[in-house]
Design a protein. Structure first.
Length: 224
């Protein structure tokens, strides 16, 4: 008999997650090997910013497990989770804060990239680099690199935690982020997720693109 399952993550949330993974990896590739194509790295930065702003919007109007209110927990709830280890359909209270940290780090990395530049400012400089002092550009570039290192560490911890949790609790976390479904169980947060509609997701994406790209073009006078 086929195991009963319920919706855990809606399509827009899953597409966002894997798109962000791709953009971060491609950003590293474009930085390391795309010196002759500076627009490549810039496009990665813009895409990352648009995705993060989309996720912030989606955190208020998206599917039930995607909303911040479902997984951003107060410290007491985090401690209670560590004590009883109940299963959650969406992010558990501890995992929810890891998600917030990763979103904040990618946002900070992409934002500092807007003001960053290389030493001679001939190969690549951010679209807003000309609006600030040389010292600010150097500081932004330094923090851009430091934040990426922090992202690498957080991603390793995130992956390790998910693998360990999946093995110890026998919960298909990674498969759920691909298929969007989990086995039907007595979850602590909700029995099944209410998916967010694709039309609303596309509207959020359009708004996010405008919020990110319009001010950059107005202030910097260019995008690439």
């Amino acid at each position: 008999m086929k195991e009963a399952s319920v919706v855990a993550w809606d399509g827009p949330t899953r597409v966002f997650k894997w798109a962000l993974v791709f953009v971060v990896v491609d950003g590293w590739i474009s930085n390391k090997y795309g010196g002759g194509f500076p627009a490549w790295h810039k496009l990665n930065g813009y895409t990352a910013l648009v995705l993060i702003v989309f996720r912030i919007l989606w955190g208020f109007v998206g599917g039930s497990t995607a909303r911040f209110g479902s997984f951003v927990a107060m410290p007491g709830k985090v401690m209670a989770y560590l004590a009883d280890k109940k299963k959650f359909l969406g992010h558990n209270p501890l995992g929810g804060w890891m998600v917030v940290a990763l979103l904040a780090l990618v946002l900070a990395m992409a934002t500092t990239g807007l003001f960053s530049g290389d030493e001679d400012r001939l190969i690549i400089d951010g679209p807003l680099a000309k609006t600030v002092s040389d010292a600010t550009v150097e500081s932004a570039a330094l923090w851009h690199r430091r934040i990426f290192t922090a992202i690498e560490l957080f991603v390793l911890v995130h992956i390790a935690a998910n693998v360990i949790y999946a093995l110890t609790s026998r919960e298909p976390l990674i498969r759920a982020m691909i298929t969007g479904r989990k086995p039907a169980e007595d979850y602590a947060d909700m029995p099944a997720a209410e998916p967010g509609p694709w039309g609303r997701a596309l509207a959020c994406l359009a708004v996010a693109a405008f919020i990110v790209l319009a001010p950059i073009y107005i202030v910097g006078g260019r995008l690439l």
